[in-house]
Design a protein around this ligand. Structure first.
Ligand code: OGA
Ligand code: NI
Length: 334
């Protein structure tokens, strides 16, 4: 099936100051109108190398409760592993269209592969972004069919990053667990333990002649448990706070951690999934590499029983992750 890639539309739009109407957001979404300008939000920055674990737990729990988003530094992933990940992803998206289409999504491929729009928007609008999805862990769910063969170092760079990322995610789950009074292993176990799926996404946001009117990814919370994101140097991530959209300022080589829906659910609402979206840039290509930490499809997620009592009745249904995803993508009540 021939699909219009945003990258191709953008390359035809370099000398114009209009964009196709399906990319023009309604007024209540247009970034120029809805962003609180001149304020750059400084989200919590947490140094993971701190030896005072009790303090780390407190900082992470506060950030997860009050923001749903925070950055971590000194996280143990070498700068070089991150710059390699960025380099090979960029090289893939800069290949000729035909080479990218080799790993395009098909009706059978599910979420994995090279693609354009993710979920149907009710009004037929589109985001100014292309993407690539493929699983990077655990080995039984990896399908290399959806990993770029070119550049040749793509695989090694992603494997190295995945290996290091697992250490970071294990730490985060432990601190989040301790932060709600659970034992260190309980939160990760509740999202699937060693079967937790690491789903890599690359977002590719080409330059856009009308960044005032278009959005990259529209407002959403992530369905995942946690999302760990690396951006390139072009700003564009926004979070919704106190009724306004704010730009999030990020620091080089930090990881941006999003609390997703599944952590909100199993913490019975103590931790909050963050509402976020992305804007695009007039001159520059923005890219980002979120990894979604997802429960296996058949795994049931609901509020952890220790966190539910008479004062704190269960606020969410317990359901299989695949059923949660189905409802969310089809905009059905959970
Ligand atoms: C996403 C997302 C943010 C970004 O892909 O779910 O929110 O910074 N991306 O690109
Ligand atoms: Ni997101």
């Amino acid at each position: 099936m021939e699909v219009d890639r945003v990258q191709a539309i953008a390359s035809l739009s370099t000398n114009v100051d209009t964009i196709p109407s399906e990319f023009i957001r309604s007024e209540n979404e247009q970034p120029a109108i809805t962003t609180l300008h001149g304020v750059v939000l400084e989200v919590p920055v947490i140094d993971l190398s701190h030896s005072d674990e009790e303090n780390l737990v407190k900082l992470i729990a506060e950030a997860a409760q009050n923001w749903g988003l925070f950055q971590v530094v000194n996280h143990g992933i070498p700068d070089e592993a991150i710059s390699k990940l960025i380099e090979v992803g960029k090289e893939f998206f800069e290949l000729p269209k035909e080479e990218k289409e080799v790993i395009a999504k098909t009706p059978e491929s599910g979420i994995e592969g090279y693609g354009t729009s993710l979920q149907k928007e009710i009004d037929g609008k589109k985001g100014w972004v292309d993407h690539l999805f493929h699983k990077i862990w655990p080995p039984p769910v990896i399908n290399h069919k959806y990993w770029p063969k070119n550049p040749p170092s793509y695989r090694e760079a992603n494997e190295k990053y995945a290996e290091k990322l697992r250490e970071v995610s294990d730490k985060l789950f432990k601190y989040l667990s301790l932060g709600v009074g659970l034992e260190g292993h309980e939160m990760k176990a509740a999202v699937g333990g060693d079967d937790l799926i690491y789903l890599m996404k690359i977002n590719y946001y080409p330059p856009c002649p009308r960044p005032d009117l278009a959005l990259g990814v529209v407002a959403h919370t992530d369905m995942s448990s946690l999302t760990i994101l690396v951006p390139n140097e072009v700003q564009g991530l926004q979070v919704f706070r106190d009724g306004y959209w704010y730009d999030v300022k990020y620091i080089p080589n930090a990881l941006i951690i999003h609390i997703g829906d599944q952590i909100e659910i199993l913490s019975n609402g103590k931790y909050k999934a963050v509402l976020h979206r992305t804007t695009v840039n007039k001159e520059k290509t923005r890219m980002s590499w979120p990894v979604f930490l997802e429960p296996p499809p058949e795994h049931e997620v609901g509020p952890i029983s220790k966190l539910v009592n008479e004062e704190n009745p269960s606020k969410y249904k317990t359901k299989k992750y695949k059923d949660y995803v189905y409802c969310k993508l089809n905009k059905l009540p959970q």
